[in-house]
Design a protein. Structure first.
Length: 303
């Protein structure tokens, strides 16, 4: 569901980037109030895990499309919504900057669609009430499906508002909702497994290091066998190709494309090396962030 620059107009892109920035400020302020130093390694490992999962597209039978786990609901369930939002922002930033996966101009849209909606709308309204009653499976499935539906609707709406989608916008909205429903259900079942396992093991160190090792295996090996079929967004765009106008005129498009081509250094590497490098970058960024969160928590508590 990573939007590229050509789908978003500058006004939409800059507005959503500002909104994402406000979300980051809010998430940082709220996360630092209760983030604990002992949670640093688990937060880092879970972010690495979701980053690796997003590399692996799985085919959706009978559609010619594929999808991947986004992981925002999973992170919110295990780390809390604010820390999860910061983790998703880290993942999407690394993908856009170092892999050119998702446009820099569209980064704010992608953060909102895949992070904000799941962490600050779906989690408190759907996941949390069910999880408080220990209904982790239904909470995970319903929340994940809702997050994908809201995110796909937002992505379609942003393209329509930007003017890149003409003709019959309702057709594009319908395609996006249709193809992301099975992806959301699959993600929900996977999320339920991890959440139940984490709660049963009481977030043990053994689980943390196991997930860390699995993340490296996913990124370095299993990702090479990911489906090459177009993802849900690409599939939807292909089905309305006559009604899609790629946007590219203007200074912001030129600056964004030039900057991204300079920064996306991991594209030139062997895929395995690039994936491992990417997951290490995510780990470093999250370590710095978590250190700041835990440091600020200590300072606040000292007062």
């Amino acid at each position: 569901m990573h939007l590229g620059n050509s789908i978003i107009c500058p006004v939409t892109g800059m507005t959503m980037l500002a909104a994402a920035g406000i979300g980051i400020y809010y998430a940082y302020k709220t996360a630092k109030k209760d983030f604990k130093k002992e949670n640093i390694m688990f937060a880092i490992v879970m972010t690495m895990f979701v980053f690796a999962l997003q590399m692996i597209n799985f085919a959706i039978p009978q559609t010619g499309s594929s999808g991947h786990i986004i992981g925002a609901v999973l992170l919110a369930a295990l780390l809390g919504p604010s820390c999860a939002y910061l983790a998703i922002c880290t993942i999407l930033l690394v993908q856009a900057v170092f892999f050119a996966d998702g446009g820099l101009l569209a980064l704010g849209c992608n953060i909102f669609n895949m992070g904000f909606l799941a962490c600050f709308m779906v989690y408190p309204l759907i996941y949390k009430p069910l999880a408080e009653r220990k209904r982790f499976v239904s909470a995970s499935v319903l929340a994940s499906a809702a997050a994908l539906q809201l995110g796909s609707f937002a992505a379609a709406a942003e393209g329509i508002i930007s003017g890149s989608i003409s003709g019959n916008p309702a057709n594009f909205l319908g395609l996006m909702q249709f193809i992301h429903l099975p992806i959301g259900i699959i993600e929900g079942l996977f999320t339920a497994i991890i959440v139940v396992l984490a709660n049963k093991t009481n977030f043990s160190e053994k689980l943390t290091y196991s997930i860390g090792g699995i993340s490296l295996i996913l990124a370095g090996f299993i990702a090479q066998f990911a489906s090459s079929k177009p993802d849900g967004l690409e599939w939807s765009l292909l089905n309305i190709s006559d009604s899609v106008t790629e946007l590219s005129e203007g200074m912001l498009y030129s600056i964004s494309s030039a900057l991204q081509s300079k920064l996306a250094v991991l594209q030139a590497l062997n895929p395995v090396a690039a994936n491992i490098a990417g997951i290490c970058i995510v780990a470093v960024f999250m370590m710095i962030l978590c250190k700041r969160l835990s440091y600020n928590t200590v300072k606040i508590n000292d007062k």
